[in-house]
Design a protein around this ligand. Structure first.
Ligand code: CDP
Ligand code: CDP
Length: 210
């Protein structure tokens, strides 16, 4: 069984996906981390993240060790990730890995949960359950603000809000695999829902598809 979780930045995709994976004993893939890994490799090499040829090359030979680098979570990396993610060659290079992860979970796992932007539309269009999580930009910026404050001790709400809005805008308006709900996705607005409430709704959706 495959569960696809999509949505804009800081909507709560990762939190929900990880919890579902634990609850149902599924494997979990944070597909945004792959785009962030390409972006961070580009930034470290002082490449322009929009350079098609270089981004294509980096994504074709991605060193997965960088997935554990703390700089992966920085908003600067997120912005560059959304630049490399607009390049079709990069998306094509990362697609196989994601599909294989989804279709071949380890033997001890009952299925896979993937979160990202195009899981329900492109990576796993036949997923048994598709959930599109949203929340207002202000609420999402507030969540990132608290997260960043805890992680590095300081954060600027207005800057975070502007970053979230510009990243969503780029993700929604690219021509290849734009951020949008799949036709048969369940829309879940989490603006006024806490993590437990979101999890309860999602568990019921998965159970009714089992
Ligand atoms: O993966 P994504 O960027 O969509 O979001 P996340 O990393 O799962 O969640 C961003 C932050 O919002 C985390 O600190 C979560 O604890 C928090 N969150 C929340 O406060 N309420 C929710 N309903 C979901 C997430
Ligand atoms: O955690 P957050 O929601 O802030 O971002 P992320 O899931 O780590 O994704 C970072 C960026 O990678 C996004 O802004 C997208 O541009 C890109 N991405 C994508 O295009 N397709 C995916 N399946 C996942 C991420």
């Amino acid at each position: 069984m495959i569960i696809a979780i999509d949505g804009p930045a800081a909507a709560g995709k990762g939190t929900l996906a990880k919890r579902l994976a634990k609850h149902f004993n599924f494997s979990y893939l944070d597909t945004g981390a792959l785009y962030r890994a390409v972006a961070l490799t580009m930034l470290r090499a002082k490449h322009n993240p929009s350079d098609i040829a270089l981004a294509a090359q980096v994504s074709a030979h991605l060193d997965l060790d960088i997935l554990s680098d703390p700089d992966l979570r920085r908003e600067e990396t997120g912005q560059a990730a959304s630049q490399v993610a607009a390049i079709p060659e990069v998306r094509a290079n990362l697609l196989n890995f994601q599909r294989q992860f989804a279709s071949r979970p380890p033997e001890d796992k009952a299925g896979a949960v993937l979160d990202g932007r195009d899981i329900g539309t492109v990576v796993c269009p036949t997923a048994a359950v598709k959930i599109f999580v949203t929340a207002s930009a202000e609420e999402r910026a507030k969540r990132r603000f608290h997260e960043q404050k805890e992680r590095v001790g300081h954060a600027d709400y207005d800057e975070i809000l502007a970053d979230v809005v510009s990243r969503d805008d780029r993700d929604m308006n690219r021509s290849d695999a734009p951020l949008k709900p799949a036709e048969n996705a369940h829309l879940l607005d989490t603006t006024k829902l806490d993590i437990d409430a979101v999890f309860d709704v999602a568990v019921k959706l998965v159970q009714s598809a089992q």
